[in-house]
Design a protein around this ligand. Structure first.
Ligand code: GLY
Ligand code: MN
Length: 461
């Protein structure tokens, strides 16, 4: 946990933003894997961690905005638990660590919420994303558990998003630690990227690094020689010459801050001329997009900048034609880059996605596009100092998408479909870094991870 002052300050700020009613934060519970006592690795809810820091299952936090009091609800472990789990802190000890003196049992939580409901006080809560939390909320609030996401409080969501979006110094330090773990993971993956090695061997090795140096991975590792599948979690291939391996992998620190890094390595560690040509285009999109980030510039502007770089690059390689600004405005570039430039990052690798992407990255003035490709942009607003983003352009040769568009004659004024077949063995290339927006510009977080052709070839040799 951070020092108690960190949590006290955050809760004080939320009291100022919310003014009235009660906010109920349900921490996560153990979730069974294949029978009740065999549970998934426990991961605390990120909002609960942000305001209370207690990293154990079975707790709830209540902030009463009218009385100005905060309470932790939880049950002390009994002797049966202690026999299996060893000595455990009391609810009082844990609460003191986040600066809360009021503690009560889970039974008293029911009474507290009943009392608030009977007085017609507003009970604010955030959208639950786990079945167990929906059941608990539904039972406490006497509502259908399936409705709990839609009944969540927009006021509380907006207040929490406004706070979590701006990272504190202690959070940035944690994210840098997470990137430094990702450095070890990616350099290891590059060194192992040789003909005959199994994807699963590399996957296991780098997952092990995330576990040995922090809290494990921040999302399931994407590692494949079929990088044209954007989120490829299958690791069954053996590496072959002429393929490129996309590794999209990040770590969580022990305090659960994330990193999210992607590198693409040619099998055998030496780029062919064609691999280098496409790689340099993606690298240019990555570095130019990063250089453009500063307060006031929007993530949507940076997204389109990267799309234009990809489009111009495809034109230089003979794969696109015509006016690239027009092609990007029409959405033709999305054949090659059908995703957004990046997302916020913090306690969640897609930070606050559970609160609703449109609350995080859009507002009443900036609406989400419905154009293929741009619709997947998770954040379109201007940057502010303290934001942490990923910048992750890519270029993919997706056979099914190419086939579909070609058969429909889609954007044939911008795309040279007959030239694409030669490039299919590339699969996909993505290059992703984690960037802090500073007062004047940006800072790429963590120890720089090899990404130029020269740097990658040097690591692999
Ligand atoms: N690293 C996976 C993603 O950003 O979706
Ligand atoms: Mn990412």
């Amino acid at each position: 946990m951070f020092k108690s002052e960190v949590y006290i300050k955050r809760r004080e700020q939320l009291h100022k933003l919310m003014k009235s009613g009660v906010a109920l934060f349900i921490g996560n519970n153990e979730s069974p894997f294949n029978y009740p006592a065999n549970t998934y690795h426990f991961r605390q809810d990120s909002d609960f961690l942000y305001y209370f820091g207690i990293d154990l299952p079975g707790f709830a936090g209540v902030m009463d905005f009218d009385s100005g009091t905060d309470t932790i609800f939880g049950n002390d472990f009994d002797i049966d638990d202690i026999i299996w789990m060893g000595p455990q802190p009391t609810v009082r000890d844990l609460s003191a660590k986040c600066g809360i003196g009021n503690t009560s049992s889970m039974k008293q939580l029911e009474e507290k919420i009943q009392d608030a409901l009977s007085k017609r006080r507003k009970v604010h809560f955030l959208p639950p994303y786990r079945g167990e939390s929906k059941m608990i909320l539904g039972s406490l609030l006497k509502e259908n558990p399936c409705q709990m996401k839609t009944l969540a409080s927009p006021d509380l969501i907006r207040a929490v998003v406004s706070m979590r979006s701006i990272k504190e110094k202690v959070e940035i330090d944690e994210i840098e630690k997470a990137v430094d773990i990702a450095y070890e993971m990616h350099v290891t993956a590059m060194k192992m990227c040789r003909q005959g090695v199994k994807e699963q061997d590399i996957f296991g090795a780098i997952e092990g690094i995330a576990l040995s140096k922090g809290g494990g991975t921040s999302f399931p590792i994407i590692l494949s020689i079929n990088g044209q599948t954007l989120h490829n979690h299958a690791h069954g291939n053996t590496l072959k010459k002429e393929k490129m391996m996309v590794t999209d992998a990040g770590a969580e620190t022990n305090l659960h801050y994330a990193s999210d890094i992607t590198r693409t390595t040619p099998v055998g560690g030496k780029f062919s001329a064609m691999q280098k040509d496409v790689y340099e285009v993606v690298l240019r999109a990555n570095t130019e997009a990063i250089r453009a980030t500063k307060p006031g510039v929007s993530n949507r502007d940076v997204h389109f900048l990267a799309c234009r770089v990809i489009g111009e690059g495809m034109k230089e390689l003979g794969l696109m034609k015509g006016d690239i600004d027009e092609a990007v405005a029409a959405g033709a570039h999305a054949l090659f880059m059908p995703h957004g430039i990046g997302h916020m990052m913090g306690l969640d690798v897609h930070d606050m996605e559970a609160l609703g992407e449109n609350y995080v990255g859009y507002n009443s003035e900036v609406k989400r596009s419905d154009q293929f490709g741009t619709a997947f942009l998770r954040f379109a607003l201007p940057y502010k100092p303290g934001h942490v983003f990923t910048i992750e352009p890519g270029c993919y040769f997706i056979p099914e998408l190419i086939e579909k568009w070609k058969s429909e004659g889609k954007f044939k004024e911008f795309i040279n479909y007959d030239k694409l077949s030669k490039f299919m063995p590339i699969g996909g290339i993505r290059i992703e870094d984690d960037v802090l927006i500073t007062e004047k510009g940006y800072k790429v977080l963590g120890k720089p991870i090899p990404k130029t052709v020269k740097e990658i070839e040097a690591v692999c040799s």
